[in-house]
Design a protein around this ligand. Structure first.
Ligand code: GLC
Length: 698
């Protein structure tokens, strides 16, 4: 291969939108964002535009992979050019953001994480991989396993919440689902785990912002999910946009070579985030694009997504000896190895078989995922509803199909989604859609009020400083309260919301998230009791925006929050979250008893008994937490270390058992993992705030 052909393998590009705009596509998106053109105008301009796939550059061997190309016919066309019209004939990779489904869109990750069900997480990823690979996609930029403790950050929607252990289990399940155990198997795609690392710790919850982080926090909180995904076999990793302590991840040798490859044992390919190499100049970490290219390649970024910096700079830098050939060869080898593992050299059109349509059986799994993702936050006995009650349906989100897709549903279509209104109509349940004339509630028995966020209000570049309901929604709730009718508040949202001013006025609150194609069907089944709730939160819900970040595994401080004046609290809001991590109600109740711990041979055997004291069968989400009371260092007041779910019939009891390796208590101090020896509190329950405890010595 020539130097230029090697560099070509490191170039990933997307289609350029060409048309009668006269401005760049990025500028066009800015014009829509600030209202200079309407959404309709944007759609019209897009419909009149063409897509430039840079075929001529491809023919010269200047492109190794694409992102954002999902049309199987275009993929076949580009792959034919790559394998038949270039000198080397090396097949292309096609990457896309298959985050929570391809054509069949299931709940956003933050929602699905509330299912606390690794088998489900793996199954839905497998489903997505089958649909995506059928269209010719060979890599997904997923799972995103960024621990997120600040609900102002819009991308909290894309991961599994605030806990590192749960993110680890979630991410590993997704990797297994996407890749299975052999990338040559049909229905597999490469999992590109992101964003490495600590993207969720951005200051102020503001996307792309600076991250200041101690080594202890990095290793104990933000790296474990990546370690779990690498152990599960992930063959690609995407460095994050942010800096850590002033060094952008994209040019951090410590992060990408020392930690990622040497310490975590990663052997796959790294793909920069979109334009991130160029942005190292904006960070102030590279004088110019040539230096950005050199720093990124030497730091360990193999593929340049969309910045064009590698294409423009690397050939000269290598041929002039500024970059050693060996560094270039190493990156190219990583790319070729993944293409080989996918079997692309033998089957360049691997599984690109548009005639298959697995969507039909996928809807059932999509429904199951939505049923397990929704969380019952409040219920004064109003739910489940009787089928003969007349419902007053209020709020545009109740009939919005598009918003059920949530963020990053690139392959989804609004008309494939079932809204709450659609599902009520389909089931023939009595309801009236109330728009503006609230007097119509008079002849309703109960109000279903849909509120929260459109799909654009979370995801990338969607941080919000105020995360309460809108003024209009709050006014609506107050007005409806006057009617005296019972109110069920249904939240459709992509992040925890600060609803302490609205919650008291609701008789019941359901967290319905953005649950994809089957949202409406799942919600109706749960509201009317055909199915029981089993979802539990994986992020804390703040009382107010100003309380962010708020999370369960906080340190105690020397003056823990309490009634006293001089304690770690706010004057104007409760210190505890409105709804805590791990919390979720159901149509039955569970009581825990008799928690016991035995420490033997570096294993803590933990068991407790649960009784279903209610009148309905239900799913118990067992959560095992620990607290390090050894006094070596200030440690979190609670840390999740294991979880499982068990179905318990009404009136019956079940024993919960966990075998917890002592090694899972390790702490990262002085560049090494160590175990603190001494007293530990062990907790069992179904919420971080509903636990029974015991003590043990380690
Ligand atoms: C975006 C996101 C990243 C995504 C990539 C490709 O900017 O940060 O998560 O995978 O670009 O779409």
């Amino acid at each position: 291969m020539t130097t230029a052909e090697k560099v070509g393998q490191l170039v990933q590009t997307g289609p350029s939108i060409v048309g009668a705009f006269g401005v760049s596509f990025e500028e066009l998106l800015n014009m829509v964002f600030d209202g200079r053109i309407s959404d309709e105008e944007f759609q019209r301009m897009m419909s009149e535009s063409g897509q430039d796939y840079h075929e001529e550059i491809l023919r010269q061997g200047g492109i190794g992979s694409y992102n954002g190309v999902t049309d199987p016919e275009v993929i076949r066309k580009l792959q034919r050019i790559a394998t038949e019209e270039t000198r080397m004939g090396i097949p292309l990779l096609f990457g896309s953001d298959v985050i929570h489904g391809h054509r069949t869109v299931y709940p956003i990750p933050l929602a699905e994480s509330c299912a606390w069900d690794p088998q489900l997480w793996e199954k839905t990823a497998r489903m997505a991989a089958k649909e995506a690979s059928r269209d010719g996609i060979t890599m997904t930029f997923a799972p995103m396993v960024d621990v997120a403790k600040d609900a102002r950050w819009g991308r909290i929607s894309e991961g599994a919440g605030e806990d590192s252990f749960l993110q680890s289990v979630f991410g590993a399940a997704k990797v297994r689902g996407f890749q299975q155990d052999d990338l040559r198997k049909p229905g597999t795609i490469v999992s590109c785990v992101k964003h490495f690392a600590a993207y969720g710790a951005c200051e102020g919850g503001r996307d792309y912002n600076h991250v200041e982080l101690s080594g202890e926090r990095l290793y104990e909180e933000y790296l474990p999910p990546f370690a779990a995904c690498i152990k599960a076999g992930a063959r690609a990793v995407m460095p994050a946009f942010n800096d850590i302590n002033g060094i952008p991840c994209t040019v951090s040798r410590k992060l990408l070579r020392d930690i990622l490859r040497k310490e975590l044992g990663f052997t796959g390919v790294t793909v920069s985030d979109s334009n991130a190499i160029a942005e190292c100049v904006d960070h102030g970490a590279a004088r110019d694009m040539a230096e950005a290219a050199k720093k990124a390649l030497e730091a360990g970024v193999d593929i340049d997504m969309s910045s064009g910096v590698y294409a423009a700079q690397l050939t000269d830098l290598v041929e002039e000896g500024v970059i050693e050939k060996a560094v270039l060869d190493e990156a190219v080898r990583e790319v070729l190895r993944v293409k080989y593992e996918l079997g692309l050299f033998e089957q360049p059109y691997r599984f690109c078989s548009p005639e298959e349509s697995p969507e039909k059986e996928n809807r059932a799994l999509c429904l199951e995922s939505a049923l397990k993702s929704m969380v019952l936050l409040k219920n004064n006995g109003l739910l489940p509803l009787q089928k003969n009650v007349k419902v007053g349906l209020i709020g545009s989100l109740a009939e919005s199909r598009a918003d059920m897709l949530g963020a990053w549903a690139l392959g989804g279509r609004a008309n494939d989604c079932i809204s709450l209104k659609d599902a009520l109509e389909e089931a023939g349940l009595p309801f009236v859609r109330i728009e503006s004339d609230l007097s119509e509630v008079e002849d309703c028995d109960v109000i279903l009020l849909a509120a929260g966020e459109t799909k654009e209000m979370s995801g990338e570049a969607a941080s919000r400083a105020v995360i309460s309901l809108s003024q209009e929604e709050k006014g609506l709730i107050r007005a409806l309260r006057e009617s005296g009718k019972p109110i069920i508040l249904i939240l459709f949202n992509g992040r925890p919301l600060a609803i302490s001013d609205a919650a008291p006025d609701a008789d019941a609150i359901v967290e319905a998230w953005h649950c994809g194609c089957e949202s409406g069907h799942a919600l109706v089944k749960l509201l009317y009791g055909d199915r029981n709730f089993s979802g539990h939160l994986t992020t804390s819900f703040p009382n107010a925006s100003g309380q962010c970040p708020v999370y369960y595994n906080h340190l105690n401080t020397g003056r823990p929050a309490g009634r006293g004046k001089f304690t770690c609290k706010y004057l104007d809001v409760e210190t505890e979250p409105l709804f805590p991590f791990g919390f979720g109600l159901s149509y039955t109740e569970f009581e825990e008893e008799a928690l016991e711990v035995q420490a033997e041979n570096d294993i803590l055997s933990v068991r407790w008994t649960v009784v279903n004291t209610g009148k309905r069968d239900g799913v118990y989400t067992a959560q095992l937490y620990v607290r390090d009371k050894t006094g070596v260092r200030a440690c979190p007041v609670l840390e999740l270390k294991a979880f499982s779910q068990v179905e318990i019939a009404a009136g019956k009891r079940e024993e919960i058992c966990f075998e917890l390796p002592v090694q899972s208590l390790a702490r990262y101090e002085n560049d090494a993992w160590t175990i603190h020896h001494g007293t530990y509190e062990i907790f069992g329950g179904e919420s971080s705030k509903k636990l029974i405890r015991a003590e043990t010595e380690v």
